[in-house]
Design a protein around this ligand. Structure first.
Ligand code: 4NP
Length: 174
């Protein structure tokens, strides 16, 4: 017999990528994740930010844009911004690129918590935990050569696919 119940609303997710400067790794993460989930209605918001304000207002590093372009991602633009308190209420997941970013985010999350809302704030996770082995970091490529940006790209693809499998396909099965 056909159910008269309306279909359950599909849970949706808001995801924020975070590194230090928000010009190299986290915008690349945002672009890669957007690209790979562009037709997925479960993703409602994707953004990126930095823990520091050195580059606020700047476009992504040209090496980030070059690597994205080499992989067919040509429609991405971003203006760097710093993580803010409201991000912890707005996003379901805040994904750190390295352990230092993770520690900074954990402190900020604690500061954003008030009595009664702590368990409703974003999950703060090292993005590399979705790559197959816990604790994999994305080394900051800013000080190095283009190769570091290529390595970051490969990691971000792997982590994005792992995140979708682990968080969306498992936790949000409907
Ligand atoms: P990101 O790399 O954290 O991957 O964006 C950096 C970019 C700029 C700086 C540091 C890291 N900086 O010191 O300006």
């Amino acid at each position: 017999m056909a159910s008269t119940e309306p279909p359950a609303a599909r849970p949706t997710l808001a995801v924020l990528f975070v590194c230090l400067g928000n010009i190299c790794r986290s915008p690349m993460g945002e672009a890669v994740f957007r690209h790979r989930t562009s037709s997925d209605p479960r993703i409602k918001l994707v953004d990126s930010a930095g823990t520091e304000s050195y580059n606020v207002g700047n476009s992504p590093d040209e090496r980030t844009m070059a690597v994205l372009q080499d992989h067919g991602i040509v429609d991405y633009s971003h203006v760097a911004r710093k993580v803010k308190k409201s991000d912890f209420a707005r996003f379901d997941y805040i994904l750190a690129m390295d352990r230092s970013n993770l520690r900074d985010l954990q402190v900020l999350r604690q500061r954003a918590a008030t009595r009664g809302n702590a368990d409703k704030l974003a999950h703060v996770v090292l993005f590399g935990d979705y790559g197959g082995e816990l604790g994999e970091e994305i080394i900051d490529p800013w000080y190095g050569e283009l190769e570091g940006f290529e390595i970051a790209y490969e990691q971000l693809v792997r982590f994005s696919d792992g995140f979708v499998k682990k968080v969306l396909d498992v936790d949000h099965e409907s």
